[in-house]
Write a protein that binds this ligand. Structure first.
Ligand code: ZN
Length: 227
């Protein structure tokens, strides 16, 4: 009996096992189905799976895209992460998705989550969430800074960051915080978190000047409504 292979990726969809004295074939995941399962685990929104370096239309700053691409090319061999900072809507989430997709293609287990998502976990689930985020081979965290409103939020975020720091696994973080807010936050708990982030991640400013105008945004909405 030959194990069957996947018509798409050519990898086996069965593997041989020995049961006492006879050979059995049991189902297993081929490369593309593993990748598919990891993609859906990685992204909270399925559309994020299509945001790749290949889909970059060149309108973002080439320099910053190139740096992110080079970073992703070095995975999975890196301990250090990236801190993408810059104004809202400047391409940070797009770049984060590109890096996550490239890492998935390279066979890594990746999780992409936003800080507001982490903070919205039920109290009883928080410990498990922190552990799960700590175990990802690459963690991509969107919207650092959203936790500043409460003591509870600040503590959770510190735990997530510190767990990543201890694990020496890479973390890609994006934030709308400015250089000053990152370097000298007025709050002690935030200071502790951001100094750890700056220890484990190389800051990269993302201000591609591609922010959409309100007019463009409204035009898209009107189109969506069929007006
Ligand atoms: Zn396959």
């Amino acid at each position: 009996m030959e194990p069957r292979t996947c018509p798409t990726c050519g990898f086996p969809v069965e593997r041989r096992v020995w049961d006492v004295d006879r050979e059995l074939l049991i189902p297993c995941r081929c490369r593309c189905s593993t990748l598919e399962a990891r993609r859906s685990e990685c992204f909270p929104v399925p559309e994020m799976a299509s945001q790749t370096f290949a889909a970059d239309d060149g309108k973002f700053g080439q320099d910053v895209v190139e740096k992110c691409r080079k970073y992703a090319d070095k995975l999975p061999g890196l301990h250090s992460g990236l801190l993408l900072f810059g104004p809202p809507d400047s391409g940070k989430t797009f770049l984060s998705c590109c890096i996550a997709n490239a890492a998935l293609e390279r066979g890594m287990r990746v999780l992409m989550r936003s800080m507001p998502w982490v903070l919205s976990r039920r109290y009883g689930d928080v410990a498990d969430t922190i552990e799960e985020l700590g175990q990802a081979e690459l963690l991509v965290l969107d919207d650092l800074g959203a936790e500043r409103a409460t003591d509870y939020g600040r503590e959770i975020v510190y735990s997530v960051i510190d767990t990543r720091y201890q694990s020496r696994r890479p973390t890609v973080i994006s934030t709308n915080l400015t250089r000053t807010e990152l370097a000298a936050p007025d709050d002690m708990a935030c200071r502790r978190t951001y100094s750890r982030v700056l220890e484990m991640c190389l800051p990269l400013e993302v201000d591609t000047g591609r922010r959409r105008s309100t007019r463009e945004r409204y035009a898209d909405m009107a189109k969506e409504f069929g007006w």
